[in-house]
Ligand binder design. Structure first.
Ligand code: FMN
Length: 240
C-alpha cells in the first residue's frame, strides 16, 4: 500500500531536456502502452489511439511548429502563478512564476513575436531532443453515452494519461505532458505530419525519456486533505 502511495507522490512532471541518445527500450515502451490498454474508460469504450513518434525527422518537424500563445492563456496562466516559494506554499495550488519566461509572468506585458519565438524554441528543443513522443487522439463524435460535452470520455483520457505516467515513472522514465500540441493551430500541423484523420482530436501529447542532466528540484505543493474533504454535507469539515 505504502509503495503505491509513494509512487503516486513521487510521480512528477519532467520539464527538462532528455538525452536523445538514450532511447526508451521497446519492452519499456510496450509496458507503458500496456498500462494505457488497461485504463478505465467510460463504458469501456477505450476511446483512444496512440501514435508513438520516435522518427527523428518527424520529431524535428513537430519541434519546428510555431506554437502560438493566446491572450487567454497569458491571462489564465497568470492567475495560477505564485511569485515566491513562500506564496506558493501558502496558496498550496498553482505553479511558481519562475517556471515561465518573464513575458508570461506579467499580464501587463503584451507578448509579441519574440515571446512566441522564445517559447517555441524552448518547447521545440524539448521535443526534438526527446527519444519518443506519444500523441493520444480520440474521436469526439463517439461520446460516452449521454455524456454532455463527452465529459466522461475526456475523463477517461485522463485515466490513460495517469496510467502511462505511473508506469513510466515506475520504470525510471521521465514523462512530460505537452498540451501545446493539442491546441490550434499546432494541432492541425501535427495531425498533418502524422497522417492523423481529420475527425480525430489530439487529447494530449507527452515526451518520454531520460534527463540529460540531474533536473533542478522544484517546489511541488498540494492542498491538505482537510482543505478538500467534506463529511456528509458540503462544508462540513468534521468527521462526526
Ligand atoms: C491535463 C494536463 C495537462 C497538462 N499540460 C501540461 C503542459 O502542457 N506542460 C507542462 O509542462 N505540464 C503540463 N501538465 C503537468 C501539470 O502542470 C503538473 O502535473 C502539475 O503542475 C503538478 O506537478 P507535478 O506533475 O510535478 O506533480 C499537465 C497536466 C495535466 C493533468
Amino acid at each position: 500500500m505504502q509503495e503505491v502511495l509513494e509512487l503516486i507522490k513521487e510521480r512528477k512532471s519532467a520539464r527538462t531536456v532528455f538525452d536523445p541518445n538514450h532511447p526508451v527500450a521497446p519492452q519499456e515502451l510496450r509496458q507503458i502502452l500496456e498500462a494505457a490498454r488497461w485504463s478505465p474508460t467510460a463504458h469501456n469504450m477505450q476511446n483512444f489511439e496512440i501514435i508513438v513518434v520516435d522518427d527523428r525527422k518527424l520529431l524535428e518537424a513537430i519541434g519546428d511548429i510555431k506554437y502560438t500563445i493566446s491572450d487567454t492563456f497569458i491571462k489564465e496562466n497568470y492567475q495560477q502563478l505564485s511569485f515566491s516559494e513562500e506564496e506558493l506554499r501558502r496558496k498550496k495550488v498553482g505553479l511558481l512564476g519562475t517556471m515561465f519566461p518573464p513575458e508570461l509572468r506579467t499580464p501587463e506585458v503584451k507578448p509579441d513575436e519574440t515571446t512566441d519565438e522564445k517559447m517555441v524554441s524552448s518547447l521545440g528543443r524539448l521535443i526534438q531532443t526527446s527519444p519518443v513522443v506519444l500523441i493520444v487522439v480520440y474521436d469526439p463524435s463517439k461520446r460516452a453515452p449521454a455524456s454532455e460535452g463527452d465529459f466522461l470520455g475526456i475523463m477517461s483520457l485522463g485515466c490513460v494519461m495517469e496510467n502511462m505516467w505511473f508506469m513510466a515513472h515506475s520504470r525510471g522514465i521521465s514523462f512530460h505532458v505537452l498540451s501545446a500540441l493539442s491546441a490550434d493551430p499546432a494541432e492541425k500541423e501535427v495531425k498533418s505530419l502524422l497522417n492523423i484523420p481529420e475527425n480525430l482530436k489530439i487529447a494530449f501529447a507527452s515526451r518520454l525519456g531520460y534527463p540529460i542532466s540531474t533536473p533542478t528540484k522544484y517546489l511541488r505543493v498540494r492542498r491538505d486533505i482537510e482543505d478538500f474533504t467534506h463529511y456528509n454535507r458540503f462544508g462540513n469539515k468534521s468527521v462526526d
